[in-house]
Every structure is written in C-alpha cells, then in structure tokens.
Design a protein. Structure first.
Length: 210
C-alpha cells in the first residue's frame, strides 16, 4: 500500500516536468521556423533585387561617347616686321621728326639759299642736353655711323655721296646734293642725332643730269 502511494506521488511529480520539456521543445521548434522563414524572406528579397539590377543594367542604353573636341589653332600672332619694313618705319619717323624741326632751326630752302650766297656754308648749333658728356672717339664713330644709317634710309639722300666727319660732337658734311632743300634735310638729320651739338655743312648744290 505504501509503495503504491509513493509511485503515485512520483508520477505526479514527473508529470509537470515532462509537460514543461514538451513546451520548451515546441517553443524551440517554433522559433527555429521563424528564423528559417525570416532568412528565406531575406534571401528572396536579395534575389529579387539582384534580378532587378541585372535587368536594369541590360536594358539601360549604352553610354554614348562624347564627340572629341576639335581644338582650333590659336590665332596666329602678327608676324614680326621684316628688316625692310622696320627700315621704312624708322625712315618715316626720322623724316617726320626732322620736318617738324626744320622751321625752328631755320633750315627752310629760302634761308639755306640766302646763307649759301653769303658764306658758302650752313652752320647750325644745338644746345647740349643736361648731363650729356662731351663726345669721345668712340662716340664720334657712333655718331658718324648713325647719321650714315639715317641717310641710307632716305632715298633722296642715299643717292648722293655725303662725307661725314665728327669731332667732339661737331659734325662736318661735304659733298653734293640736288637742291637746297636736301641740304636743309641733311643738316637737320645730322643735328637731330644724339650726341651732336654742332653741324657745319659744306655741301653744294649740283642738280642731277637727265
């Protein structure tokens, strides 16, 4: 009788434990299924996204290449003037500079003609610029070279042989020209040269023969 009572009590004691284990197993299986379902949904979403991406990439229009830019050459810079052009420009500048000073230096054809009749020569003096040194032998040679170059740029003067001598900035011209106007020009060009303070012209008029 006592043994039977103990087995009944033991059976009642283990019954709840067995039920609890069954509940735990059931809950674990349920949670496992939920996790599996969640992973399945994640995988399906990832697959759908990948498929959509591939379809979009396949159907997207191919990028068009940008037409190559055609570079145009920069505007050509103006060509440097030739030696002949520079010479003509310098000759014009000299001519304009001297022409503006001939009246101030009393080098008009009438004044030259009257002076030649009186003295047989034409003499003009220019005030020495402040700070200008007395011409040296080197400066004398430079002055002669510059005056000859100026004469060479003038077609009326270059056609005639005009001898030029310089001593301490004092220039002497000898030779023949075609008119008193050219004497005035020759004296004016020489006097308008840096370093020159005095010009004496012994040039004579010898009209050109036809």
């Amino acid at each position: 009788m006592a043994a039977s009572t103990n087995r009944a009590a033991s059976s009642r004691h283990f019954a709840p434990t067995l039920n609890q284990n069954r509940a735990l197993v059931s809950n674990g299986a349920h949670n496992l299924m939920k996790k599996a379902l969640f992973l399945l949904l994640i995988g399906a979403a990832a697959g759908a996204f990948g498929y959509y991406y591939l379809q979009e990439k396949r159907t997207a229009p191919a990028p068009t290449s940008k037409p190559a830019e055609v570079k145009t050459a920069d505007k050509a810079e103006p060509a440097s003037p030739s030696l002949g052009e520079r010479a003509r420009e310098e000759a014009k500048e000299v001519k304009d500079s001297v022409a503006a000073k001939l009246a101030d230096w009393h080098l008009t054809p009438d004044e030259i003609g009257a002076e030649l009749q009186r003295t047989g020569q034409v003499v003009r003096t220019k005030a020495q610029a402040a700070g200008e040194n007395i011409a040296s032998a080197t400066s004398n040679a430079r002055i002669v070279t510059v005056i000859k170059a100026k004469y060479a740029l003038d077609k009326e003067l270059s056609a005639r042989a005009i001898a030029i001598d310089c001593d301490n900035g004092q220039v002497t011209l000898t030779g023949n020209v075609a008119s008193t106007a050219l004497i005035a020009k020759a004296v004016g060009v020489a006097l308008d040269t840096d370093g020159v303070t005095h010009v004496k012209s012994l040039l004579t008029v010898a009209p050109e023969k036809n």
